[in-house]
Design a protein around this ligand. Sequence first.
Ligand SMILES: [Fe+2]
Length: 223
Amino acid sequence: MSTTTIAPQLHDEAAIASIQNKIAGIIDDLIAQQPQVDTLTSEQRRGIIARYSSVLEGNFIYWMTAASIAAKCEDVREILGENLFEECRDAHPHMLRKFAIAAHAFPTDIDALSINDELTAVRLFLGKLQAVQSVLTMAFFEGWIQRFMAYLADLAKAQGSTEMEYTDVHGVCDITHTAELYRALALEMAANPVAPNQNLFEGVEVLRTLVVAILQGPKQAAA
Ligand SMILES: [Fe+2]
């Protein structure tokens, strides 16, 4: 009896650890791609902050909601709901808008449209409502955001800003959020396994392309 109950758990833990390692490697690669702040022009620094803001301010809550709608496991919806609760209660979109305005980097229509194709790909992926893939995509997103915060703060400081509430909050709270999302991933994978012919990393791949576009601009991302 005990082996039949323990063995699947060990298998799941190994599978989650392997997925987590792969995501950590993708995030490491994205962090390594960040151009040195002091090698960038003021306009290049403004562009990164603006593109990041144009994606995050209007989409993070929407995308977390999409993952919650997709999730079939009640406990997973609860975990994602706690994340959304904090986003709404503490008005994170407002916090991000304050951050961007203070850095003179509030996104223009040109900033938003420069990454339109990459943004659309993520929206259409989440519209498929694939439970496990959507939760994994948001775990990757939280993990990258947390690692990106120090750099985002450095960009804003170089633009003369001292408004750091957004980066201070997200450098800390997203550590817990990321851990919670991996717990959600394990629960959703157990309740709703991905078929072998499905690409578990589909959403991670399109979101990764969007992050590269935020960092480098769309032309470099396509190269
Ligand atoms: Fe947030």
